[in-house]
Design a protein around this ligand. Structure first.
Ligand code: ASP
Length: 346
């Protein structure tokens, strides 16, 4: 094999792409990587050095957790120097969470880490898995004058390359399973793969990859709904050891103005808790103070999540709580773009 050909590491974690029907259970279950490579003989035609690692046991991505993110990030760290790019095969259900988590964990990343998977198993005739896998590898290997085309954690799915921490799974039916509502696609694959270089994050000064493996899960996510009761809110807020609460609010960050509701939130903040306001809408940003129903949150000490997705909010919070003890530092970092996850100019 030509020494100069790109070297790509595939990390197989499971998901529909590698699933088959288990005749005993009658459900789809993930199986080993050789099943995928047998179905995609095209992998041998690339002329790249493609190696693979399977994260055992392979899982349906609903079973992913921070320990698995630590393993994925650790594999990238371990194989970073020897490879030009990484492709992570992952189930779609929690892919946006995993891609977001890795975007914070892999600090100073200078190489592509491309998540992909499929809506139909690779062995099925109409599978979307082949195209997703082949193009993800192509993107992971693409470089210009030695500079990788997309040195970011991304999701490639159904012809679109998106910044991972901007994505959300939007369909359990369409091949177009993901959207990036608040940030443009980084590339689109038609006859050619067209890169939107103005929107890709290129690293500045060369620095070494730093892998943050400490994640703290003392958080909760609360989706507001009309009729939410005080006893429910109380039980969430009084969860033992809770350090941060992400509230999914209405519209541009609005919430009820009932006295008991605001008092519960303000009480949690006074006791040292952090509350981050994220919108339930799939597009747009939190703008606290636009309406009275959000100004009250601001007065209670709630922090704006701006245009962050819930997936990025959850994983950013776990990362920040793992990294810093100082509450003010965490709040300061929540307002900053650490890996391109928020637009700070809105
Ligand atoms: N349940 C599957 C998973 O997330 C769905 C998929 O891969 O599309 O692992």
């Amino acid at each position: 094999m030509n020494k100069k050909s790109p070297s790509i590491l595939l990390i197989y974690t499971g998901g529909t792409i590698g699933m088959v029907n288990d005749p005993h259970k009658g459900t789809l279950v993930p199986i080993n990587f050789s099943h995928i490579s047998d179905q995609v003989p095209e992998l041998k035609k690339f002329g790249f050095n493609i190696s693979s690692i399977t994260l055992e046991p392979v899982i349906d991505s609903s079973n992913v957790d921070p320990d698995k993110w630590v393993i994925m990030a650790g594999l990238i760290e371990q194989h970073y120097e020897q490879h030009d790019g990484f492709v992570i095969l992952h189930g779609t259900d929690t892919m946006a969470y995993s891609a977001s988590a890795l975007s914070f964990m892999l600090e100073n990343l200078e190489k592509p880490v491309i998540f992909t998977g499929s809506q139909l198993p690779i062995g099925v005739l109409r599978t979307d898995g082949k195209e997703n896998l082949i193009t993800a590898i192509e993107i992971a290997a693409e470089s210009n004058n030695g500079i990788p085309a997309t040195p970011e954690v991304c999701i490639y799915f159904d012809k679109k390359l998106m910044r991972g921490n901007r994505t959300t799974k939007s369909s359990a039916e369409q091949f177009e399973a993901f959207i990036s509502p608040n940030y443009p696609c980084l590339a689109e694959a038609g006859l050619h793969i067209k890169y939107n270089r103005n929107f890709i994050r290129y690293p500045g000064l060369r620095t070494n990859l730093k892998v943050n493996k400490k994640l703290n899960t003392d958080i909760a996510v609360l989706k507001l709904f009309p009729g939410i009761s005080q006893k429910f809110l109380k039980s969430v807020i009084n969860t033992e050891g809770l350090r941060a609460l992400i509230i999914e609010t209405f519209g541009s960050g609005n919430a009820p103005t009932y006295g008991w509701f605001l008092d519960e939130l303000a009480g949690f903040i006074k006791r040292g808790g952090i509350i981050l306001n994220v919108t339930q809408c799939h597009g747009g940003a939190v703008e606290m103070g636009l309406y009275e129903t959000s100004r009250e949150l601001l007065n209670a000490g709630v922090t704006s999540g701006l245009d962050i997705t819930s997936e990025a909010a959850v994983t950013k919070m776990m990362y920040l709580l793992g990294k810093y003890d100082d509450r003010n530092k965490i709040i300061e970092k929540l307002g900053k773009s650490l890996a391109g996850e928020i637009s700070t100019n809105v």
